[in-house]
Design a protein around this ligand. Sequence first.
Ligand code: ADP
Ligand code: MG
Length: 427
Amino acid sequence: MLVEKLLLNVLIILLPIFIHSVLFDNKRVGNSPYLCGVLQSIAVFLSLAFSFEDGGLFWDLRYVPMVLAFLYGGPIAGIMVLVSYLTTRTFMGGDLLLGYVSGFLAALFPFMFVKKFWTLDANKRIKTAVLVGLWPLLSMLLILVANIFINDASAEDTNQILMNVAIFGAIQIFAVWVAAILNESLIEKDLMRKEILRAEKLNTLGELAASIAHEIRNPLTVVKGFLQMMHKQEKGDNYYYLSLVLTELDRAESIINDYLNFAKPQFEKLEDAELAEIITEVTLLLEAFAAKEGVQVNVKLEWGVYVKTDRNQLKQALVNIIKNGIEATDEGGEVIISQDGAGNESYVVISDTGKGMDSSQIARLGTLFYTTKDKGTGLGTSVSIKIIEAMGGTISFNSELGIGTKVEISLPAYRNFVDVRSLNHSV
Ligand code: ADP
Ligand code: MG
């Protein structure tokens, strides 16, 4: 039966992936071309050995391992599989010329995709693999049609062959699709493991850095104090230099503070704060900066929504994000801050008409020291995210290159009705 043999072939196709995931857990698919080449060569050999013969035609999934090897293992793996195919095919005998030609043809298309493949994201890679996998199917179809014409097959035979083609096509697409999905999940698992390792390392490093930053801050404060005194008394040449030194010291201090804040947001005094009031204060704070950059800041507020927080921390979080919005926006653009509440949540949406970010830039947001600015610190966003999360809120970034960015913050909040009632009493 064709279907049975082909299903056996599907298992053969999946074999390399299972072997890879069980025995070579620490080797990433795609990073070990020789391993991939060997495993897929075995699959080619087996699928040739277990092919279904019908009237001189052989039905099997021999080209699938080749496609997978080229795409996921790279050119070396692909060529290894091609060589194994040609060798096995030679030993099998039959119409060798046709076998060689179709082998090379089947390798050609995936070979052309080798470079482009890894520039795609996981979903597109799966789709590409399925599409590339259609190519050998097409060439197979051509050969079959030619076969029908040359041999002048009867209608019944033709129907049978067409039926086989349909089954074969469906199973082959299915095989490539499943194999690609499994490969992608292996890749993702590997990335995740690396990410966890990295995060652990960073964690210890981060603690170390935080304690150093803390130690540096104290002498820095002393130095700054004395320099400020000297600055006041200085009338001569050094006045200018001392001013410069002081601004740079301020910068160093703010970086250290930001970093410490990131490492451990300090909620010193929790109080009920009205969101609209905080936002008003923050916009006042940034008014001059926005004016200097020629950016209009528009605010839409809803009064009466309260959050429990350390006011200074929340202000810091908002300042960082609004400032980024202003910095990203060209002269004449605008930044809109709108705040409203619903139930136990309150939303602050900060959107700008700035230069925006692409998906890879968005993904890097919140990574310490990631900045695209000359004088940037790459701390602002990380600090804001940390503070919002410490408040039990969430923050999300949507952005489009050239159009603008929208930052949505949601915070646990409540409406203060007590005020209203006590007001009624006193009336
Ligand atoms: P910094 O502002 O010091 O560069 P941040 O952590 O605040 O550090 O921001 C990191 C990077 O994220 C910025 O350099 C910028 O490239 C990008 N970014 C953040 N907010 C926006 C925004 N609203 N529009 C465009 N890019 C942004
Ligand atoms: Mg910033």
